[in-house]
Design a protein around this ligand. Structure first.
Ligand code: ZN
Ligand code: ZN
Length: 420
């Protein structure tokens, strides 16, 4: 879509990514990639180029992009030998790790096909996924302790646009998706940088309120949901802005509407129903619910792709437990768009959510310094996977439970029940 208005918005978006998301420093290097497709799909080229321009304008010393090709993975899934899915290009991991160890900023650009692996053998898809997660673990671990300033953003892609707007002609669908990306990332505002700064401040105030409360648990009530989730001692509510180990403050997701913290891996009880489908491994898991006892998933059920959901929770010991709890009002600008994005970056910002799997070390005070054993003993969760699923709706009430057992409203009918 090479018209001027689009180019201008793309450049404003790229600038916000560099200045707010990454907060890229003069003299810093930048690596651009995509974990899921093992490199940015080609549909993301225009955004990658715009970011590269904005990065050099901000004083970057060097920008590198790793390109991914979903069709290559698809061909492999169809034609490679069944016992070959342990094969992995380890140089890709060492390449990224080398840049992280050098203190370079890391940008992940989603431009994927949400149905990239639809219709393929789910055993094979799961085997490829698992081998990827295992091999990519050093990068995931570095990211989850904020080793460097990093950010996840999205570019429209034809396949993604067609998924969201199946009834529109291809070009119109892509334009609509770009419009949605630009609006939800504030690129359409007169001063996107100032708009982001104000938004970040308001999220931080919500997080500070929840932090001061030191709730020991949250109780969720909604149709299909009656669920109590423990919050461990030392949990930290995080919003929008974090310091990286290289000393740079950054905003990890654009858009972002959530405040989130660490759930206790040992204390989750009851059933929680998803309110959005979950796009996982190129497939959609739909109409599902998850039942917990003592922090562990004891039952899953799904109207569609239940086997894939079962596979997901069987990735390892930690994938049967939770690693993130996030609050998002049902009136969030992303929810108001009234359609699914089939992508976690957007859909998680439309709804309260939980993540199955790995917890972020920084959501526990002092968590970065703990061994895996110490971290899990403190309530943190360790896993190869981290998969968000959406549970919020305008019908959800959430109470905070204080240390002395009192209940206080946190959300009512999907909206914040407190002022800041
Ligand atoms: Zn989240
Ligand atoms: Zn998450």
């Amino acid at each position: 879509m090479p018209n001027n208005a689009h180019q201008e918005l793309l450049q404003k978006y790229a600038e916000a990514i560099v200045k707010i998301g990454l907060n890229l420093q003069k003299g810093q290097r930048l690596i651009i990639t995509n974990a899921t497709a093992r490199g940015v799909p080609h549909a993301g080229r225009a955004l990658v180029h715009a970011v590269t321009r904005a990065a050099y304008a901000a004083g970057a010393k060097y920008v590198e992009a790793i390109w991914g090709d979903e069709e290559m993975h698809r061909i492999r899934l169809q034609h490679a030998p069944a016992d070959s899915f342990d094969e992995y290009p380890k140089f890709q991991v060492s390449g990224v790790m080398e840049m992280i160890q050098n203190g370079d900023a890391l940008l992940s650009v989603y431009a994927n096909d949400p149905d990239a692996y639809a219709g393929l053998d789910s055993e094979r898809v799961a085997a490829m996924q698992k081998s990827h997660l295992q091999n990519y673990a050093p990068v995931s671990a570095a990211i989850s302790r904020n080793a460097v300033n990093w950010c996840v953003v999205a570019s429209a892609s034809p396949a993604w646009a067609a998924k969201i707007f199946p009834d529109l002609p291809a070009q119109e669908a892509e334009e609509r998706l770009w419009r949605a990306i630009f609006e939800t990332t504030r690129a359409t505002q007169p001063d996107p940088i100032a708009a982001w700064q104000a938004h970040i401040q308001s999220l931080i105030k919500r997080a500070q309120y929840m932090q001061a409360k030191k709730y020991t648990a949250l109780h969720y009530k909604a149709p299909g949901t009656d669920f109590t989730l423990g919050l461990p001692q030392g949990h930290r509510w995080i919003a929008a802005r974090m310091p990286a180990e290289n000393g740079i403050d950054f905003t990890a997701n654009m858009p972002t509407e959530e405040i989130f913290t660490l759930p206790d891996r040992h204390r989750a009880d009851g059933t929680v129903s998803a309110t959005f489908p979950l796009s996982y491994g190129g497939n959609l898991i739909e109409d599902f619910s998850v039942t917990f006892k003592d922090g562990q998933i004891v039952k899953v059920s799904a109207k569609k792709n239940e086997a894939l959901l079962q596979k997901l929770i069987e990735t390892d010991e930690g994938s049967k437990r939770l690693g993130e709890v996030a609050l998002v009002p049902a009136s969030s600008p992303i929810a108001q768009r009234g359609h699914l994005f089939y992508n976690t970056l957007f859909d998680e910002n439309a709804s309260c959510h939980l993540a199955i799997g790995r917890a972020y070390r920084f959501t526990l005070t002092g968590g970065e310094e703990l061994t895996d054993e110490e971290f899990t003993a403190a309530g943190g969760n360790v896993s190869l996977s981290h998969v968000d699923f959406m549970i919020g709706s305008p019908h959800m009430d959430i109470d905070g439970i204080t240390a002395d057992g009192k209940r206080e409203p946190v959300m009512r009918q999907g909206e914040w029940a407190f002022d800041v």
